[in-house]
Design a protein around this ligand. Sequence first.
Ligand code: GCU
Length: 411
Amino acid sequence: MKRRLLALFLASAACLVMPADEPKNHDLDVVTDESKVPPYELPPILVSSEGRPITTPDDWFKIRRPQLMSLFGNLIYGVVPSPESPLRITRTVLKTDPDFMGGKAVRKVVRIQFENARGSADLQIVVFTPKGAKGPAPVFLQTSFSNTRDDGHNANPDRPGFLRNGMPLREFVQRGFGLVVVPQGDLTRHNEIEFQKGIHPLFYHTGQSFPKANEWGVIAATSWAASRAMDYLETDPDVDAKRVGITGHSKMGKAALWAAAQDQRFAFVVSAQSGCGGAALWKRNYGENLEKMVTRFPYWLCRNAWKFVRNEEDLPVDQHMLLACIAPRPILIHSGEEDRWADPRGEYLSAYHAGEVYRLLGRTALATEASPAVGTAVLKSDVGYYNRPGGHSVEVSDWIQFLEFARLHLK
Ligand code: GCU
């Protein structure tokens, strides 16, 4: 009895000295040492679900690609259901500034409204195009964390050529490119458990108050928003809709990949440090993994994805297959050497293995399984890769490489 009491006393004393909610560095309890990565096997891209070898572009487009897209939709990101009540979409140019940034660019604010019997939602995008261009301009459509309703998309008077949010617009317009900003927060909430606002409720069927297990999560909603912005760009005379590339960083880089895989109007993709659920491989357990992702952000993916937590070997897909679904369109995967949470090596391997499909379609891809040296941008092949020194961010020097990739491939 005495011993029991002593143990109880010691335990409660320990509670007193150990703060209950000690801040936890989520980075500490995942694999970040290459030698500790457990062995894994990737599912073959060029074999159909029925075990049939895929040997021609026709087989790829008619058999294998649709299988993979259905698996990614139903098991990873969630499919967009058809709304029970028809959706009305209205697009309005709210504001045009024909002399933005000292006359170097045109800036438009465009509202895209969605409405049906279940409610309404509003997406506000900002479109920058170079002023005095010879014809409609190629653009980068950026899925973005930033809010287009605040001041961030105005010119920064203290830093010529830059927006207030730090975007180097000058680098775009000097090269004849435009930039289109599509915010994530208009259609999905920052509190991602809140699925009663934003775009999701417009798609609920009678009696439904949350997406089904195979229906769209937050990332898929951001990808959908990018496609709705693309619908608008097809009507904007300043934009060459055949030369719209999609880009995004981190969570937005994941959304950019899923958008490009689904919407073949995107002419190229630049996915920056997209990591887990983006370019990085699920089955390679390094950095953030599925368990980390769904416990910290349960609704970024669809709920079916939860079934594969600590059970990635059962997933019939891995992310190299998502990149392959973007083929033959050029794709650049960007990593940061110190961004180990996003697994730079896993991002590279995914891009490397997607090369199988690019080659089948007569395109060029990454040549070696070994990652290129840090700081060396591989831009000329249709699958490009750039791992630069530093951590989780997109710097001006990165944008310059992204623009160069687009220039090389849009010729
Ligand atoms: C978290 C998350 C990543 C994500 C990142 C971001 O770190 O774990 O998956 O990419 O946020 O969006 O910045």
